[in-house]
Design a binder for this molecule. Structure first.
Ligand SMILES: [Zn+2]
Length: 456
């Protein structure tokens, strides 16, 4: 770790802890103040926001236009608040040697994989980066794993090993002799992942939700022999069945984290209530429908708009994320945190399948519809692949107890009928391992149908 930033990091972590004892009124006052400062800064330094919010600078947040990733990338050079930042140069920098230095000697660069069509670059100055690191530390601390830089803890992360992935960048910054960590490519063969984990014996394990389930299966089958104190999952919907299997393997359910390269950690599960509280002292979230209309608490939206209160280099105000989540209608009565919590995640719009409906038009079928059927099957892994508008393939790995293929397709047919979809041809196929994407995720739902036809 860069020793210079350590005192500032510790101070930021302490500061965040104080926010957790705020009342709701204190939190809201702080949010209003931070939002005002963010907007003033953006209007003073970002030519893009000067135009984008023209005539609206004194309007409330929910009346401002929505910023999409495509817009952000198209207007990159005008949106950033340092005129010496150039997208073209950032691209050049990121194709070079990562360990070398920061862009313009000042900025950490992270990039989104571009799985949703538009690769994005996100820059953080040192002060913003310290907040990012502190937000990840909070996510870990909330599990009860106290952040103690002196206690030796071995960490293993099974995820993308792209050096531009935000978690890779965080790992580089916080690497210390007391927390030795390894990063294993989730895309490598399962056998290798198991071998490396057995040799490393991590105290903390961080993995994609789909990977945590696969690893739990390996542990239960006696091939993996590790005893992590805590398991953290991220990046994908964590199903109840994955929770159960991780608990069966290592004694406790995983702590789920919800974050993004653009915004750092957004929410994390808290030890007392096991609910996913939003880091509302660092960002504002708005749950909206497809037309960006607000969705009441207690109901699922189709998108999430995020305003990152600490962003200055690249201000994010009402930034669109394609996540379908539900905010709890009531405050948490168990833990006392002032922050609201997410009581349901349906997944990303990208994970939903667009299928023709019996009444005409296209329906959006959320991953949860399939989870209801697939998650209770005695299999170690599954994937539903939409081949065409009228056919689905269901992949199953490690099926036990003489599972009947017809029972699986019947159950899916029943769920899709309830959704009002035209029933596709369903083929069940047994595989040794669920194929993974380039980044190593084994998505539960996948579509080979051209994405531009989706209603988004
Ligand atoms: Zn709580």
């Amino acid at each position: 770790m860069n020793i210079k930033i350590l005192p500032r990091l510790l101070s930021e972590i302490r500061q965040l802890r104080k926010h957790e004892t705020w009342t709701r009124a204190q939190l809201e006052a702080s949010q209003a103040d931070a939002l005002r400062q963010l907007r003033e800064y953006a209007y003073a330094h970002s030519p893009f926001y000067q135009k984008f919010h023209q005539g609206l600078t004194d309007r409330p947040l929910n009346e401002l236009p929505v910023l999409t990733k495509a817009m952000l990338m198209e207007n990159f050079d005008e949106l950033v608040t340092d005129p010496s930042i150039r997208l073209e140069k950032v691209r050049e920098f990121s194709s070079g040697n990562v360990d070398k230095q920061r862009y313009l000697d000042s900025y950490l660069v992270t990039a989104t994989s571009g799985s949703s069509g538009h690769p994005g670059f996100f820059l953080f100055n040192e002060s913003e980066w310290i907040t990012v690191i502190a937000s990840f530390a909070r996510g870990q601390e909330w599990s009860g794993a106290k952040v103690n830089l002196l206690r030796r803890r071995r960490m293993a992360t099974v995820a993308s090993i792209s050096p531009w992935h935000m978690s890779s960048q965080v790992a580089v910054t916080v690497k210390t002799p007391s927390t030795p960590s390894i990063r294993i490519a989730a895309s490598s063969p399962l056998e290798n992942i198991v071998k490396q984990l057995n040799a490393w014996q991590p105290n903390l394990l961080i993995a994609y939700a789909s990977m945590s389930r696969i690893l739990a299966e390996e542990q239960l089958a006696g091939r993996l022999h590790i005893a992590p104190e805590k398991v953290f999952t991220s990046s994908e919907v964590l199903t109840d069945e994955t929770r159960r299997r991780v608990k069966a393997a290592w004694g406790d359910e995983p702590f789920n984290q919800y974050g993004a390269t653009e915004t750092a950690d957004i929410a994390a599960e808290y030890k007392l209530c096991r609910r996913m509280h939003v880091f509302e002292d660092l960002l504002l979230v708005e749950v909206v429908d497809q037309q960006y209309r607000p969705v009441p608490r207690g109901e699922f939206g189709t998108k999430l708009l995020v305003t990152t209160l600490f962003s200055r280099t690249q201000p994010l105000i009402r930034y669109e994320m394609n996540d379908s989540v539900r905010l709890s209608a009531e405050p948490c009565s168990i833990c006392g945190l002032p922050f609201t919590f997410i009581d349901g995640v349906q997944g990303r719009m990208e994970d939903a399948l667009s299928m023709p409906g019996i009444k005409g038009g296209q329906l959006l079928i959320q991953p949860l519809v399939f989870n209801r059927v697939m998650d209770i099957l005695p299999v170690s892994g599954w994937q539903v692949v939409q081949e065409t508008d009228s056919s689905l393939t269901v992949l199953l790995s490690g099926a036990r107890n003489g599972i009947r293929d017809e029972a699986v397709s019947d159950a899916i047919r029943k769920e899709l009928t309830l959704e009002g979809a035209i029933i596709p041809l369903i083929k069940v196929q047994h595989v040794t391992e669920i194929p993974k994407s380039a980044s190593g995720k084994a998505p539960l739902i996948k579509s080979n149908v051209p994405q531009d036809r989706k209603i988004v």
